[in-house]
Design a protein around this ligand. Structure first.
Ligand code: IMP
Length: 442
């Protein structure tokens, strides 16, 4: 069986954790391949709610091996906290998870740099990062000379390396921070991180080997994307993006599996749009509509608690990210959030400098100047949280999903109507919603 992947088609928070949890059934491995503790994945099973940042969502299922591969950046105290809180709930992570030796470590200076860089850029240029040190850690990875990988933590020259890096970082940070004191004590950092390494030692491994062996053995593997495609460092709304390849193109590079082996990619999208932090958001509704969506969808960040910006579904953006990621089918989430609305708008194209365009522009200045062209659909004004099949949905809800399906250009395979595992419609036959509606309502 080829690898199955779950990626976000928007700016993150598409409810990927729930889908990953569903698809984990029958899998041998679940792989997190990019991002770090900036992610927030919520998995709800019955009354149990698990909020994960670092650890793959497959951790809740016994019998699944979870891998954190080279493309991820690890914050040791954060991941240990997560491991300990899962242990309190009876989940022994150490027997279910391996972390790549090649994954880079988010060190204390990365968090300081993230905060400092954030303070230096104000107004609409501010990215509004999660302040988790993600960008600076990836910057050091690319720069190489001052990077530390998980495997380095247990090398004999670790202390020496930290001292050399801290000496340089202090100079740079002091130069930019003015009078602020830069508190980085290399000996304390070495002692602290050596202790973290000891606690994580049994989990640090060569995940490339494990994964390539699993590919040779035809194991069932699920790849779990973090953030969303529009936050991709190369293909997203740069510079208002994260620092990793969070679209479908990141799966191969971040995990270490050959690209031609990835054949099934499920693109997850909300039934509307949200984004956290700064940057262009063409369909944003900074008004009562947006507030209604925020209230109904409880749109507050899992990682930072920030209220999310909310708006209408942007089909141009979703079509772009579905094509970019080689998406084979779509999971439409949070449909229930729209249930009270009388009418729902969908962005079908943009106007840029007086011209209609149907592609997603590359430059931030173009993205900022887009005027969405909307089509309006009638709402269904019926609670759909109990729906378990297409037949249980009001016709207008299916019509809305069909509209999105035809605009994205990929079949919708899952519709989620609530946070619980059970609140999911799986369109097994993979018929298009157009065919379904014809058969039912001619
Ligand atoms: P960073 O990843 O902390 O550098 O933040 C860069 C941008 O990505 C900011 O706008 C964040 O709000 C956004 N971001 C990072 N991780 C997530 C996520 O998991 N969900 C949604 N937005 C995210």
């Amino acid at each position: 069986m080829p690898g199955q992947c779950v990626i976000g088609l928007q700016w993150g928070d598409e409810a990927k954790g729930k889908l990953v949890d569903l698809l984990t059934e029958g899998k041998d491995l679940v792989v997190r391949y990019q991002g770090g503790a900036n992610a927030g994945h919520t998995v709800v099973i019955g009354d149990d709610v698990y909020k994960l940042h670092h650890i793959p969502s497959g951790i809740i299922n016994a019998g699944v091996l979870n891998l954190i591969t080279p493309g991820v950046v690890i914050n040791p105290p954060t991941i240990l906290k997560e491991i300990n809180s899962l242990a309190e709930r009876g989940i022994d992570v150490s027997t279910r998870m391996k972390i790549s030796q090649r994954a880079h470590v988010v060190m204390p200076w990365h968090v300081l740099e993230d905060k400092m860089w954030n303070e230096l850029v104000s107004g609409e240029d501010n990215i509004g990062t999660t302040l988790r040190g993600i960008g600076p850690c990836y910057a050091d990875k690319i720069g190489r000379s001052f990077a530390i990988r998980m495997g380095d933590l247990i090398q004999p020259d670790f202390a020496d390396r930290v001292r050399k890096i801290v000496a340089v970082k202090k100079k740079v940070l002091s130069a930019t921070s003015g009078d602020q004191v830069v508190e980085l004590d290399p000996d304390a950092i070495v002692a602290e991180y050596t202790e973290y390494a000891a606690q994580l030692a049994s989990m640090i491994a060569d995940t490339n080997r494990i994964l390539l062996d699993a590919v040779d053995e035809d194991r069932n593997i699920l790849f779990e994307g973090a953030q969303g495609s529009l936050l991709d460092i190369d293909h997203g709304t740069f510079p208002f993006v994260t620092s990793s390849n969070s679209s479908g193109v990141g799966i191969s590079a971040g995990s270490g599996v050959p690209g031609n082996w990835i054949q099934e990619v499920i693109g997850v999208t909300k039934s509307y749009a949200t984004r956290v932090g700064g940057g262009p958001f063409p369909t944003e509704q900074d008004n009562d509509h947006g507030q209604h969506i925020r209230d109904m969808g409880n749109e507050y960040g899992t990682t930072t608690g920030r209220p999310r910006r909310c708006g209408w579904f942007d089909a141009v953006a979703a079509r772009y990210t579905a094509r970019l990621g080689g998406v084979t089918s779509v999971a439409l989430t949070m449909l229930d959030v729209l249930s009270e609305l009388e009418t729902i708008a969908v962005c079908v194209a943009y106007e840029l400098n007086g011209e209609r365009i149907d592609h997603f522009p590359a430059h931030v200045n173009e993205l900022r100047n887009l005027v969405p062209i909307y089509e309006t659909m009638p709402g269904w004004q019926t609670d759909v949280t109990g729906a378990r099949s297409l037949d249980d949905l009001p016709a207008n809800a299916v019509r809305y999903a069909r509209k999105l399906e035809s605009l994205i250009g990929r079949k919708i395979e899952y519709i989620s109507v609530g946070p619980d595992r059970a609140q999911t419609i799986h369109i097994q036959k993979r018929e298009s919603l157009e065919e379904y509606l014809k058969g039912k309502y001619v």
